[in-house]
Design a protein around this ligand. Sequence first.
Ligand code: ATP
Length: 366
Amino acid sequence: MTSDFSELRLDGVTRRFAAGKGVQSFTALNALTMTVKRGEFIALLGPSGCGKSTALNCLAGLLPLTDGGIWLDDTRIDVLPPEKRGFGMVFQNYALFPHMSVARNVAFGLAMRGVPAAESAQRVKRALDLVQLNSQAHKLPGQLSGGQQQRVAIARAIVIEPPLVLMDEPLSNLDAKLRLEMRAEIRRIHRELGRSTIYVTHDQDEALSLADRVVVMKDGVAQQIAEPQRIYAEPANLDVARFMGYRNLVELDVRSESGASVQLAGSGLALNARAMQPLASGKAMLAIRPEEFDVVSSPVDNSFAARVLNVEYCGHDNIVDVEVAGGLKLIVRTTARLRVGDPVMLAIAPDKALAYSVDAAAGMVP
Ligand code: ATP
């Protein structure tokens, strides 16, 4: 059984599914390379089918690798069966034994490892304390709420004191309020345990709020591995930008470049932006989050005129569709009170207007 570690290393981890009847071979995970430090919380984030669960299952030992390797410090572990890796796993559907009490569910992994009864009872109590469920120890899973069942599943995963906890969309069966509560719980439990967690989700809020570092995946490839703030403010490419809510994507001409600062023009806009990639072709894709625009009363640096087409009230702010002189439509989120037909002056800070290579975006923009 593996024990505590200082570094988990994935080197070119690849999983291909073989061709079957009428099905071509398929690379679900392509050369994932990264290290995870002890105590780190890593989120694997991406749309359905991007290879998140495949990565988790490769780590757990439920899927053999086609290529690459996984090391815990100096020990190569991708050759070990799941039980020898000894990682804790938490699944979306809890996977509790319905006929066993909460305490017996949590004790199961310890019984399998031959831990003596007295020690097992102590460890179960500690794990249930950590998830704040000791008062429910005698109940059956069916007598608990979804959130409580998921906490039992977490207790069961951590009671074996694993060096690494793997979680596959553990909150997706919970309602919105409970999901928020459990998110905070998971972060607290992770902190108190001091071990590493790898957490699969398609929910960007969840990934950004929980993780120390986020791995954004698409088509089996890690697009960016970085701290949440970095992923949010500086998406490495257009795929990541789109996934992180940069909803305004406009192809413009590059007028001039000076280091990372570029002047873009076209479609009635002339803006300074920040080049996130080399812009070789003379064209660039401008990416802006709707909430980054400022409504200003008169022209300022990097501002432009537009007209309000539609206003959707969202409580704390509004989603406003605007049209600029050239007919280009943009989406703006603002607390400013605007009405359909109003002229409006919008400004964007140059470091919030990101410019990406058009070549990399080929075929991506709707
Ligand atoms: P979701 O969020 O929907 O669970 P995911 O990002 O976790 O998606 P995976 O379950 O890792 O995605 O699947 C990645 C890709 O690999 C998908 O296109 C899937 O269809 C494919 N895939 C998964 N298992 C197999 C298999 N046994 N045989 C062939 N293809 C598979």
